[in-house]
Design a protein. Sequence first.
Length: 264
Amino acid sequence: MDFHHKRVWITGASSGIGEALTYAFVEEGAEVIISARREGELERVKGNCGDKASKVTVVPLDLTDQEGMKQKVSQVIAEKGSIDYLVNNGGISQRSWVWETPMEIDRKVMETNFFGQVAMTKALLPSMIEHGFGHIIVISSLTGKFGFPMRSAYAASKHALEGFFETLYFELADKNIRVTMVNPGFIRTQISVNAVTKDGSRSGQMDANQEKGMSPELCAAKILKGVKKNKKEIIIGGKETMLVYFKRFIPPLFLKLARSASPT
């Protein structure tokens, strides 16, 4: 599979995995549209592409503004044509116990992580179907496979993504449009620092496991490798990825390890 001259749209591209994927796709010769709420950070990412910055188009986007999203998708398609690859990466995490988390926080996380990605996908799907090609890459999480303390809304949003996009995978089977679910474990990004707490404020703290995690650059390289192989699912990380298999094949061991794991 060759990404040369392919059009790739990445949400959540202002930092972390999204930023690393931007550089990786640009190096592969793709034309990349990058989106997030922070336009200044998107411009920084574009600038970091050096002499290949002309391959990057900045389109600021708020995943919770679905009407604005539709308008921007229509504008980009009118200017550039159908998008070949959509990377649904934008989202937020959460750090709070279930009993102290107000419903507005649950709704905020779901609105961004689930409904935002669904809306972005639905906005682009008609042109992909008309074009006869497309590949939707969904950045989920290991918490899309199992729950984990202090991440109830986050885990719920990732579980919802798994169900929605697996259904879409089957529905698109005869339309030459592929769906790949990516389940990263501990990746060294700012996701825990930017996680929302019970009162809506930022956590401001880096989780110890996150700090020791895989680099975003290596994560991005593994994602591209899996996409090239047209994998339905890509699980990325260190020892923590074994929990997926323990849950499936040795449930008692999974429960023991998950209960003893530190939530921060």
